[in-house]
Design a protein. Structure first.
Length: 177
């Protein structure tokens, strides 16, 4: 579908294609509540996958909050949504060079909801951006660094190119995407 898009102050342009809106939805300070997360989006022929796997920090018992959505690319409708329990299994880890932190290289998620089962496997291929505590916020002043140190925070942010496999099981019918 076509919709107006702001291209410069005071101007609009018509665009077509698939869009994605990313926004921060927290109502708490994520630096003091979230230990780590995995976020991803994948466009397949028939579907778009959105995954956000938040793991709270130690104060909140490392509680996992798995968010998963599967959107039909033809209709634009969500055909599967889950914010309940997910089984996550890390199959392979690697030590990231710059941050010296372990990260998953191969992991699987299994979601079940309303008679559908989703098996989603993510396989890390290549780092495309690494931000360590030294450069995560472009410029960190001494006061900010001191506050991070006091909270024992060693922030990092890593973006990957990954391959994924999606298997949908519904009423004994299996579809691979």
């Amino acid at each position: 579908s076509s919709s107006p898009c702001y291209s410069k102050p005071g101007g609009t342009s018509d665009v077509t294609g698939m869009g994605y809106h990313d926004h921060q939805f927290h109502n708490v300070d994520s630096m003091t509540t979230i230990h780590h997360w995995l976020w991803g989006r994948q466009s397949l022929d028939d579907y778009t996958v959105v995954i956000f796997d938040i793991v709270a920090n130690e104060k909140y018992g490392f509680k996992r909050v798995p968010i998963f959505g599967l959107i039909d690319n033809t209709s634009g409708e969500a055909v599967f949504q889950n914010t309940d329990h997910a089984v996550c299994s890390i199959k392979e880890m690697y030590l990231e060079h710059e941050t010296q932190k372990p990260h998953p290289k191969l992991l699987t998620y299994t979601y079940e909801h309303s008679g559908k089962k989703i098996d989603y496997t993510i396989r890390w291929k290549q780092e495309i951006e690494v931000r360590s505590s030294k450069n995560i916020f472009d410029v960190v002043d001494e006061e900010t660094k001191k506050r991070f140190d006091q909270m024992n925070l060693d922030s990092s942010y890593i973006r990957y190119v990954a391959e994924a496999e999606l298997v949908i099981t519904e009423h004994d019918e299996i579809k691979r995407a």
